[in-house]
Design a protein around this ligand. Structure first.
Ligand code: TRP
Length: 341
């Protein structure tokens, strides 16, 4: 009876993704990733994981780890991630991850690991700590995904190579030991991921680059206003319906994300008729950003102050993830032949 239940396909496809617990989340994380997670939790069996073990490959100093893990949990929940719908857990709370990582390491060749773009980047960034964990980072990531036999992985372009490697490892495993593991693919509802432009008109919002050009979910109202008011503008268009320069287009894009449609349209019309006042537009955008971010920030702080709740969330997530991991590992061990009686 029990056996039957384990091998029965789940009624919904499995989604899995990992979030590194480094630093504060920003508007780009929200619109580029979390918003999709929140949608997916209604449509799929979701496993969202805080990648604390991965962070050890680059951040051996764990003084701030706990604080960072708490923050990333609180921020995702404040953004709408529902721990009763999705399994939201910490990687280190699912020890089977390490076991699967070991088996998958036999499927990964040194040469291909050394050729991975993220590995080469990190060797350049931390030449004093080129540890084996760094080299096998993609194997650990493959273990995260395969542990739940996930098919869909909501990630951006920068993770495409890791996903390709996860497919390779799963494939090699299946060839050697029988068809047990699905090959995961990147999935974002078949839509390009939304990019949130940075406030200085160069590129998109990011954790590491110019902090004044990025709006964090933890930013205080006054900080948000200051950052928005500082964005670059000019004297305004002189010809009706002219194309917008990049830095102006960015302001409109940001407004489109957080302001009401009629407000956005009004400024669009003002622009096209050359009557736009950028000062007013920025003031409006600043207020709408505050309206958007302030409740999230407040919710994050409430969660961070509630140790019992955080514990409950982590325990609930670990229980769900462990159940799924155990089922997969039973299949994996048997397929490999690690069953002697
Ligand atoms: N490597 C991912 C990143 O840097 C994080 C991650 C860890 C992940 N495990 C994962 C992403 C599993 C997707 C699936 O963002």
């Amino acid at each position: 009876m029990e056996k039957k239940r384990e091998t029965l396909p789940t009624s919904r496809q499995v989604v899995m993704s990992g979030i590194r617990p480094t630093g504060f989340l920003h508007l780009g994380n929200y619109f580029g990733a979390i918003r999709n997670y929140v949608k997916m939790q209604d449509d799929f069996d979701c496993y969202f994981m805080v990648a604390d073990l991965h962070s050890l490959t680059t951040h051996p100093d764990t003084k701030e780890l706990k604080q960072n893990v708490h923050r990333v949990i609180a921020e995702n929940i404040a953004c709408g991630l529902d721990v009763d719908k999705a399994a939201f857990y910490c990687q280190s709370h699912v020890p089977e991850t390490a076991e699967l990582y070991l088996y998958l390491n036999m499927m990964a060749y040194k040469g291909e690991l050394e050729k991975t773009t993220t590995f080469k980047d990190k060797v350049r960034l931390q030449p004093q700590n080129v540890n084996a964990g760094l080299l096998t980072y993609p194997v650990l990531q493959a273990a995260d995904i395969i542990l739940h036999r996930a098919k869909y992985v909501p990630v951006g372009k920068d993770q495409e190579q890791h996903l390709e490697m996860a497919r390779t490892f799963a494939n090699r495993f299946n060839h050697r030991y029988g068809d047990v593991l699905p090959e995961p693919i990147a999935f974002n509802y078949n839509q390009p991921l939304l990019k949130v432009p940075s406030l200085d008109g160069t590129g998109k919002m990011s954790k590491s680059e110019n902090q004044n050009a990025t709006l964090y979910l933890a930013d205080e109202d006054e900080v948000i206003r200051k950052k928005v008011m500082k964005t670059k503008t000019d004297a305004g268009p002189v010809k009706q319906n002219s194309t917008k320069p990049d830095y102006i287009e960015n302001i409109f894009e940001l407004m489109h994300l957080v302001s009401r449609e009629d407000v956005f349209k009004k400024f669009e019309e003002d622009y096209n008729s050359c009557t736009i006042r950028y000062g007013d537009m920025k003031k409006q955008l600043a207020e709408d950003m505050v309206t958007f971010i302030a409740p999230i920030r407040a919710k994050v702080n409430t969660i961070l102050n509630d140790g019992n709740y955080l514990k409950e969330v982590m325990e609930k997530g670990a229980a769900k993830a462990n159940a799924s991991a155990n089922a997969t590992m039973k299949l994996v061990r048997e397929a490999i032949g690690l069953k002697y009686y």
